[in-house]
Design a binder for this molecule. Sequence first.
Ligand code: TYD
Length: 245
Amino acid sequence: MKSAMRSNFIDTYKVAALFYIIVKMKGIYLAFEGGEGFGKSTQAKILFEKLKEKFPKRKIILTREPGGSSIAEEVREIILTSRKDEQIQLLTEAYLFAAARAQSLRESVVPVLEEGGIVISDRTFYSSIAYQGFGRELGWKKVWKINQEAVGKIKPDLVYLFDGDPKIGLDRICKNKRETNRLDKEKLEFHKRVRKGFLFLCDKEPKRFVTIDGCSSIEKQSEIIWAQFCRFNRRSAYDSAKMVQ
Ligand code: TYD
């Protein structure tokens, strides 16, 4: 009798917990990463529009790094503007990216995740590991140390990595006459090291990263991005349900 009552209580508890999980949905944090000229920002916008259409009641934001809050946007100006008089030290550059991040994550990203929304970010701290750690050769461990406190536990759930030969990406930027920043103007060797950095991260965190061929068509890229999002969404719903079994 007692054990029947206990089992009833556990079942009710399970249902209540499942209900709680469904009602209080977990936020989703999606990152778009990779070298220049492979359609990363275009695809971030496409996914943003699609998600807004599919989940009209959910809070969804598209943000960027560096940037995404007014203070972080001011820091962005300092980092990306080319100067003739004084050069930004490599260490200063790494700290500035981390500083902008500490601000925008807390100001813009966390509140949306806490209310169960979806955040799409055009670049995250993974760019710091690739650009400052590998491109600038500061070393990934040092760059992670600089970023650790700024990032805390706020890591993307899914990272779309746009990959391709940097020469092709840079040629595309030139042809499209896209405005270039201080880092775009670095030599090809720099961009090759950045690519190596991203591939290193992809190897290190295979469950979090999905590679997108930077040279495939816009349609093909967005098809894969959507399919991966749906896969991720199903998997996390399954994981949540498993938690209460
Ligand atoms: P942006 O104009 O946003 O270009 P992109 O379309 O390539 O994202 O410029 C951001 C630049 O800053 C880009 O060259 C990558 C670089 N970057 C870093 O070096 N470290 C970082 O942590 C971040 C977020 C970006």
